[in-house]
Design a protein around this ligand. Structure first.
Ligand SMILES: Nc1nc2c(ncn2[C@@H]2O[C@H](COP(=O)(O)OP(=O)(O)O)[C@@H](O)[C@H]2O)c(=O)[nH]1
Ligand SMILES: [Mg+2]
Length: 383
């Protein structure tokens, strides 16, 4: 059993950390209120059976609820959720929480009941249960799926007579939710592209440069500050030559400023950057220094859907040091479960401006809107 201790303000806060550190299999072992010079906090002990102390050794990783919610996975899952809820209940009792928070708690319980089809009058073939299973099978987290289904139930589940009708409504709900993060403006003249190696920065720049230069017929300039590898410069040079736009190569802040001056007459400028390990603080610091510009620019973070949900969240967080404005999702064509996009975007709370869905320059790119994103999330379809 692997055990970790947390000191947090609320159990809820600990839940996310526990999930992150120990995975979805983890359970809360105990909670204790502590009061000292630093104020009131809760000590939470959480553990995960790693198979070394017997018990559920060799259990497969957590899966979305099985087709039949009352199956063995369902019961195990339910037990874990109930342990967490009991801990939360104890904490709330001790703290004498307000009515609002009790309401929140009740809602969680109801979501949980919905999740397992345990609510009176529901069965596993009920459209809402089918919707829930579809959403989790898409990769949407259980709590988000349960919240979406609970919202559907609140607004009148009787009208939802089929899984399809439920999914159509869920698509609208997700679209509305994502609209809150939508960018108000059309973006800036200078567009920088950040992201790890191989995410698709250079390819995406080539696609957009073609779109702007050849279709929108505006004056485009390219800059690359990715001078670590000769091949990287050559790659963009080739695209620049084919599209017929100038390319500037800069290796630091002063060089970048000069390049931008030389491209002053251009309507749109795309800047390519090197990708490295985002855990390397010097890399992010180097980029920050390089982009210390007098001109306003738009920072785009590229996230590839071939990466795991956890690493996408980590990338989103770490690249936050560059104060990026927008997200571009790449390799959507290689993603089997696009529901994770909802978990990631809902957490990062940033607008998505484009989705790329293939290697073909300039064709495989689509403008992203809340509606197209919702479609991608619920149906795994780009068009
Ligand atoms: N399947 C797929 N491959 C892509 C997509 N975008 C880029 N790639 C490929 O990913 C690889 C790395 O792309 P590149 O633009 O060099 O990444 P960079 O290191 O971020 O500049 C190349 O083989 C691209 O063809 C996409 O949307 N879908
Ligand atoms: Mg590149």
């Amino acid at each position: 059993m692997q055990v970790k201790r947390y000191e947090v303000a609320t159990i809820r806060e600990a839940s996310a950390m526990i999930k992150h550190d120990l995975g979805p299999e983890a359970v809360i072992l105990s909670t204790k209120r502590i009061q000292d010079g630093k104020g009131t906090r809760v000590e939470v002990l959480a553990g995960r059976d790693d198979g070394r102390a017997g018990g559920s050794a060799g259990r497969p990783p957590a899966e979305p609820p099985a087709a039949e919610p009352a199956g063995e996975t369902g019961i195990g899952e339910l037990t874990r959720e109930i342990v967490s809820l009991k801990a939360m209940l104890r904490e709330m009792n001790e703290a004498g929480r307000s009515r609002g928070e009790w309401g929140e708690f009740r809602e969680m319980l109801e979501s949980l009941f919905d999740m397992f089809g345990l609510r009176k009058g529901t069965d596993s073939q009920h459209p809402l249960n089918q919707v829930y299973r579809h959403l989790t099978a898409c990769g949407i987290s259980k709590d988000r799926a349960a919240n979406l289904v609970a919202a559907l139930r609140r607004e009148g589940a009787k009208e939802i007579t089929s899984c399809e009708a439920g999914l159509a409504r869920i698509e609208q709900c997700i679209s509305q939710r994502l609209a809150a993060y939508t960018q108000a403006d059309k973006g800036r003249r200078i567009k920088a592209f950040f992201g790890p190696t191989g995410v698709g920065k250079t390819t995406t720049i080539a696609k957009l440069a073609s779109l702007y230069a050849l279709e929108k017929k505006v004056a485009v300039g390219l800059v690359t500050v990715d001078t670590y590898r000769i091949a990287a410069v050559e790659q963009l040079k080739t695209y620049a030559r084919i599209i017929g736009v100038p390319l500037e190569v800069a290796s630091d802040n002063a060089g970048l400023k000069k390049s931008l001056q030389r491209l002053a007459a251009k309507d749109v400028i795309f800047i390519d950057t090197p990708g490295k390990n985002c855990r390397d603080e010097r890399y992010l610091q180097g980029l920050r220094e390089c982009f210390d510009l007098d001109l306003p620019f738009e920072a785009n973070l590229l996230l590839s859907l071939t990466a795991s949900e956890e690493s996408l969240k980590e990338l989103g967080k770490r690249f936050g040091a560059l104060a990026y404005d927008r997200i571009i999702l790449t390799k959507v064509d290689e993603c089997p479960r696009a529901g994770v996009v909802y978990n990631v975007i809902d957490q990062l709370a940033k607008p998505v401006s484009y989705m790329t869905n293939g290697q073909n320059v300039p064709f495989d790119i689509e403008t992203a809107s809340p509606a197209t994103m919702a479609r991608l999330i619920v149906r795994n379809a780009v068009h």
